[in-house]
Design a protein around this ligand. Structure first.
Ligand code: ADP
Length: 265
């Protein structure tokens, strides 16, 4: 641990400095704990699919199985291998974001076009779960963003809205603009997030229901990636939720005047 001893008789300036240093030491200790937790989570998350893969591969190898059982176990191996590759991709993305070596190529985006494309891409997934998907977007709203990353942000939020809602639910993707700010909301009427979990929901590997969410196929990193990407765009993210009622994520970005007037940065 980082500890620091301070002189007893201090004048005010020295006192302030000492207080700042104490705060820094306590922040560093907190970061150290956080990093240890993160590493423990990574090793757990990597080990679990590997255990399945190894276990089922052994069974296939050693036992005389019916074709049906063999196919079933091969499917599990395939799913777990996919989970591993998703996890590694997400971890790799986050590591790049942490090192600031993540390239964001901003350009002016016409949100009407963008949201229409998202609607087309996502409608089948909502349809498959018999959910309604409504999109609201006024004309003439622009932001400066990396279109691939913006799509990744919205994808993760919509994917969660589907995963954590029962069939028959409804999700709204709504864009609005107020003065210079552009708000993008994703609202569902799914299972919601308990109040005590809400402050941690954007943290890496944080899940409300650890056992059940595994079967839904997420990595536990989706919202952490959303948060990093939104911050990298200079935006903000907030979440409101009520258990059993639904969840609303709101992203706020600085608006751009129009495609012509903005320079690409
Ligand atoms: P996961 O891969 O587990 O979905 P995320 O980082 O995307 O990881 O989300 C973290 C946790 O937040 C989820 O496991 C779930 O418990 C909760 N969550 C996220 N989005 C929603 C939502 N729209 N409704 C209810 N719970 C949600």
């Amino acid at each position: 641990d980082f500890t620091i001893s301070l002189p007893k008789n201090r004048n005010d300036e020295l006192g302030d400095l000492a207080d700042s240093i104490s705060q820094l030491a306590s922040d560093l200790n907190y970061l150290k704990l956080e990093r240890n937790d993160f590493l423990a989570s990574i090793s757990h998350e990597l080990r679990t699919p590997l255990t399945y893969i190894k276990g089922y591969a052994d069974i296939i190898h050693k036992r005389n199985l019916s074709n049906e059982d063999r196919d079933k176990y091969l499917n599990i191996i395939h799913e777990e291998a996919n989970r591993l590759s998703d996890l590694i991709k997400d971890l790799f993305d986050l590591a790049k974001m942490d090192k600031n070596s993540f390239i964001i190529q901003k350009k002016a985006i016409d949100l009407t076009d963008f949201i229409t494309k998202i609607e087309q891409k996502f409608s089948p997934a909502f349809h498959e779960k018999e959910m309604d998907f409504e999109v609201v977007c006024p004309e003439g709203v622009y932001i400066m963003a990396d279109p691939i990353r913006l799509e990744q942000i919205i994808f993760n939020l919509l994917d969660n809205a589907i995963k954590y809602s029962p069939s028959g639910g409804k999700t709204i993707l709504a864009v609005s603009s107020k003065k210079k700010d552009v708000s993008i909301k994703v609202r569902d009427n799914g299972k919601g997030i308990p109040e005590e979990d809400l402050p941690y929901i954007l943290n890496r590997f944080y899940r409300v229901d650890k056992s059940r969410t595994r079967s839904l196929g997420g990595t536990g990193l989706g919202l952490a990636i959303v948060k990093e990407l939104v911050l990298a765009h200079g935006g903000t993210i907030s979440v409101k939720s009520k258990e059993g009622i639904g969840t609303e994520f709101e992203l706020v970005f600085k608006g751009a005047d129009s495609i012509e007037n903005d320079t690409i940065s």
